[in-house]
Design a protein around this ligand. Structure first.
Ligand SMILES: [Zn+2]
Length: 242
């Protein structure tokens, strides 16, 4: 394929065999010391991660995709639905002794396993399941986006309602992760596209591929001499992903 290499950027479409389309997620915002093992452990609350591959460093399209995704307003902390709206903590029981322990989500009243992860409020019994946490994150984001703060209050409002990133985007890594099933991958993206775990988010592989193509085309066009060919670019852009 003609877009194998663009400048120093590594443009490579991983094969379906390496990263099965429906079971792969793109994780971004990871701390600089994250490894394949820590990423696998981090995602294990959603299911079994059969493969994790870190990006190849700062000068890659994967990091550009992250920078693009991080431009949006994002939820870095979860507030309880109590009147004082306290920040909640993500908990995840991985020890086998707690494997079959259940809890009741105060939001949906459903009984869930602690191994599926949960968010805990100031009171030990105030627990949210991950699905309700994701919905709550959507609510708080909407709340934040409808506020009209005075210019000087912008940052404090952000800190108070959706939280601020724990580190700069330039300090973050990305990874491609493969789940054992499509259901697990979907659950991971449902929750982690809305609410971060220590600054990290996840998106579906098809979204990642789409952004990758967009950014590659932008780079390609910016490197071409004045005679750019927008038609070609459009054709490449519209190539169906499946
Ligand atoms: Zn719930």
């Amino acid at each position: 394929m003609q877009m194998q290499s663009i400048g120093r950027k590594n443009f490579r479409v991983p094969s379906e065999k390496e990263f099965p389309f429906r079971r792969t997620v793109f994780v971004y915002g990871l701390p600089p010391d994250a490894t394949e093992d820590t990423v696998k452990a981090m995602l294990s609350t959603f299911g079994s991660v059969t493969k994790a591959e870190m990006d190849k460093g700062p000068d890659t399209l994967d990091r550009d995709i992250m920078a693009n995704l991080m431009k949006k307003n994002r939820v870095f902390k979860l507030l309880s639905k109590t009147i004082d709206a306290q920040p909640m903590t993500f908990c995840f029981a991985s020890s086998s002794s707690e494997k079959d322990v259940q809890y009741t989500c105060v939001s949906c009243n459903k009984s869930k396993y602690v191994r599926e992860g949960y968010y805990r409020g100031a009171e030990a019994s105030y627990l949210f399941c991950l699905q309700c946490a994701a919905l709550r994150a959507d609510e708080t984001l909407k709340l934040y986006e409808t506020q009209r703060p005075r210019p000087n209050d912008q940052e404090s409002l952000r800190e108070r309602i959706i939280g601020i990133p724990p580190r700069a985007v330039s300090q973050c890594q990305t990874a491609l992760c493969v789940f054992a099933s499509q259901r697990q991958a979907s659950k991971c993206v449902y929750v982690r596209s809305r609410l971060s775990d220590n600054g990290a988010f996840a998106t579906h592989y098809h979204h990642y591929t789409k952004l990758k193509k967009d950014i590659a085309i932008e780079l390609l066009n910016s490197k071409l001499p004045t005679k750019t060919t927008p038609q070609n670019a459009t054709n490449i852009d519209n190539t169906p992903i499946n």
